[in-house]
Design a protein around this ligand. Structure first.
Ligand SMILES: Nc1ncnc2c1ncn2[C@@H]1O[C@H](COP(=O)(O)OP(=O)(O)O)[C@@H](O)[C@H]1O
Ligand SMILES: [Mg+2]
Length: 290
């Protein structure tokens, strides 16, 4: 089992299944209500946060590093229990649901996907190890925009990941994680977008696969590139553990506050380095380690 920030080792030992836990088959919506959480007694990481993610909707978390975005995801996935408030999934407190059923219903695409040193096929199939149907695996890879890339590997889907000759960039690894999640087919997806700058083509491919994955699923996404979430149903701007603004992309631009500032900063960065300028596509984007 590869370690990542989502690994079970990161889980607080205080999280325990209680006697009245029972698995629930269908999760649709979730609702953190008045949630506060601190990792240690001195500083609150999350302070009295409430929002709703309706069935099939996409809610995006944005804001500077340290604002509490990842913490919110960890709480929804129940790596930790809230200190006060509650997280409801379909009206039910996550503390009353088994971690096993919660983790089955929720797909997580982490910022930095750690791959198993096994075949690329295994790495995708890990989303659902009962799924041995090759066509399902290639279909997931196709939808995640990584299929063509895999066909170019020396042994196609049987190519070993991590061996000499096969190094996947951050963008490619994230697409493998997306393929995994598509195969797992959860109703709720938590996605922590890769932070690093991507070239135009990779960004376009990731956007397309993300849009595909979030369709008809309830999605919470941590977005670092605001261009990826302009169509989100709601954007929450986090600062020092609090939601300082909420609304659609258009509403928040109009507001002229934090979000507007972040958006302008990103436009300047793009103009400055040409990362997303249509005139500067990179032919070898997939070789880039991002
Ligand atoms: N494992 C941890 N232990 C202690 N403090 C943490 C831990 N993870 C995050 N924090 C603190 O919690 C706050 C929120 O962090 P985080 O949720 O990672 O923010 P973001 O994802 O928006 O960058 C920060 O002050 C951060 O330093
Ligand atoms: Mg984070």
């Amino acid at each position: 089992m590869p370690k990542s920030s989502w690994s079970l080792e990161a889980s607080s030992s205080s999280v325990r299944n209680t006697r009245n836990c029972f698995p629930k088959k269908k999760f649709n919506s979730f609702h953190p209500g008045n949630v506060s959480f601190r990792y240690d007694d001195r500083v609150p990481a999350i302070n009295n946060i409430s929002f709703k993610v309706l069935p099939g909707h996409t809610v995006a978390l944005v804001g500077a590093s340290g604002g509490g975005k990842s913490t919110i995801m960890r709480l929804v996935f129940r790596f930790y229990d809230v200190n006060s408030g509650e997280i409801l999934i379909d009206g039910q407190d996550v503390r009353g649901v088994t971690q096993q059923s919660l983790r089955k219903a929720i797909g997580v695409v982490p910022q930095d996907t750690v791959l198993f040193n096994d075949t690329i096929k295994y790495n995708i199939a890990y989303g659902d190890l009962d799924e041995t149907d090759e066509t399902k695996i290639t279909e997931a890879a196709t939808r995640a925009q990584i299929h063509d890339k895999i066909l170019g590997f020396p042994d196609s889907y049987k190519t070993l990941v991590g061996e000499r000759g096969l190094r996947l960039s951050g963008g490619e690894k994230q697409r493998v994680a997306i393929a995994r999640t598509l195969l797992k087919n959860p109703r709720i997806v938590l996605l922590d977008e890769a932070t690093s700058a991507l070239d135009t083509e990779t960004e376009r491919q990731i956007q397309a696969s993300l849009a595909d994955m979030s369709q008809n699923r309830t999605t919470l996404v941590i977005a670092h590139r605001l261009s990826t979430i302009i169509n989100a149903d709601t954007i929450l701007v986090l600062k020092a553990g609090e939601i300082v603004e909420r609304g659609t992309h258009a509403e928040l631009l109009q507001l002229g506050g934090e979000y507007n500032k972040l958006w302008s900063q990103q436009l300047e960065t793009v103009a400055g380095n040409g990362a997303s300028a249509p005139s500067a596509p990179s032919a070898d984007d997939d070789k880039k380690v991002d």
